[in-house]
Design a binder for this molecule. Structure first.
Ligand code: SF4
Length: 421
């Protein structure tokens, strides 16, 4: 596409300057016919996520990114080029934005409100601009490092790209920001320069199988971002907001868990169910699926609540003190997060000089949940590593399945979706 645009720019120049006056008048660009549409992999390619272990291997070779045949060497010094491509990679990996959305980020793309840092980005595909995406401090820091360096480079960069974080690197560029081709080609050279990239499994000699490098391309990091969230149990509606998907069915596909995998996961975890004191209370698979319901921090076996699909707890989800509470290891992250929230609430109550019984209630809940997690973790730690790994995998599957069906009973995550004018 970039060769075609240079070709047409040459013809336009020839017409303007008179150098092409001898050419037939019919030799012109037809905007309807001679147009190569911008092609990006589409959302239907879900399943093309780069596995997290492969991403970790890529991270370990970041020092090679931007070297060798990286695009832009005529404009930027090697260190600057490497820093720019490392920042681009970090954004692809950590934010899940499309390659065009990353390349066209505004120069001032960070916003901090109430201690939450957001990335300001433009959804070109859906024509929704100035979207906000919550990002971590380390991602923001990577952006700031490049922003600082970029400020010092303005004399080397074409002025047309002044408003962009990643400006075009040549005066001939058809757009003011870095072309996605530069990013794609540099990523490809980088991936090809890494000596070993292992996939899953081993060959007959026990050597790790190589990972298919053609599956690593800029857009695939968007799938990885979504899959990472789905696997971690991010609720469907929250992930839809994060991905800025128009249709929930697009997001839903990241949660696809085959019935067989889910059944196997239930079999594995049903044996590790505990009660509200953290004592083993294994259940049958049928009881796990039919006679209990997932509530935010564990399974609930209270019959009226099970009948109401978890939406009718008679005692306002005080699960830690309830005899019907049946958590299993797949709930550990949710329980730990809840313990942290309870601690924060207790501190607020203390700062507000709340009545003693309020503080006591928070402390009792924290202690009870801690007892559950401590006992569960001690029991897991005593298992052989291979079995622990199986339980972790089964937990991921069940968290994903639950997140896809999540009816948000309690506020879990807040995502800013404001679009101020
Ligand atoms: S408090 Fe008891 S009844 Fe309510 S959701 Fe928790 S386990 Fe179920």
């Amino acid at each position: 596409m970039s060769i075609a645009s240079h070709f047409f720019a040459l013809i336009d120049y020839g017409r303007r300057s008179g150098a092409a006056d001898d050419l037939s008048a019919a030799f012109v660009r037809d905007p309807a016919l001679h147009r190569i549409p911008e092609q990006e992999a589409n959302e239907d390619e879900i399943g093309k996520a780069i596995p997290e272990p492969v991403i970790r291997q890529l991270d370990a070779h970041l020092h090679l990114l931007g070297q060798g045949r990286a695009r832009g060497q005529r404009t930027l010094a090697p260190d600057d080029l490497q820093l720019m491509y490392r920042t681009l990679y970090t954004l692809l990996r950590d934010t899940g934005r499309r390659p065009l959305e990353v390349c066209s980020l505004p120069r001032d793309c960070l916003e901090t409100r109430n201690d939450q840092i957001s990335l300001i980005w433009n959804n070109h595909k859906a024509r929704r601009h100035r979207r906000r995406l919550p990002i971590t401090t380390s991602t923001a820091q990577a952006i700031r490092t490049w922003q600082e360096r970029r400020e010092q480079l303005h004399t080397r960069l074409p002025p047309t790209g002044a408003d962009y974080l990643f400006p075009a690197l040549t005066h001939l560029a058809t757009r003011p920001y870095l072309h996605t081709t530069y990013l794609s080609e540099t990523l490809r050279h980088w991936v090809d320069s890494i000596s070993h990239l292992h996939g899953e499994g081993t060959d007959t000699q026990g050597n790790p199988l190589p990972f298919d490098r053609s599956l690593i391309y800029a857009y695939a990091f968007r799938h990885s971002y979504a899959q990472r969230h789905a696997d971690a149990g991010t609720p469907l509606d929250v992930l839809r907001e994060l991905m800025d998907h128009k249709s929930v069915s697009t997001t839903q596909r990241y949660y696809t868990v085959s019935l067989k995998r889910k059944r196997d996961a239930v079999t594995k975890l049903a044996a590790h169910v505990v009660d509200n004191h953290g004592h083993p209370s294994p259940s049958s698979e049928t009881a796990y699926e039919l006679r209990s319901v997932a509530v935010p921090y564990g399974g609930c076996t209270e019959p009226s609540n099970v009948k109401a699909a978890g939406g009718s707890c008679p005692i306002r989800f005080q699960c830690a003190g309830c005899g019907f509470y049946r958590p299993d290891p797949s709930y550990l992250p949710a329980i730990e997060q809840h313990i942290n929230e309870l601690r924060a609430d207790r501190e607020t109550a203390q700062a507000m000089d709340a009545a003693e019984f309020v503080i006591t209630a928070f402390t009792a809940q924290i202690t009870a949940y801690e007892q559950v997690t401590d006992r569960m973790q001690r029991r897991l730690a005593a298992l052989p590593a291979a079995e622990r790994q199986e339980i972790e995998e089964a937990s991921t599957i069940l968290r994903k399945a639950r997140a896809a069906n999540a009816h948000t009973l309690l506020p879990l995550t807040v995502v800013s979706r404001t679009d101020p004018a």
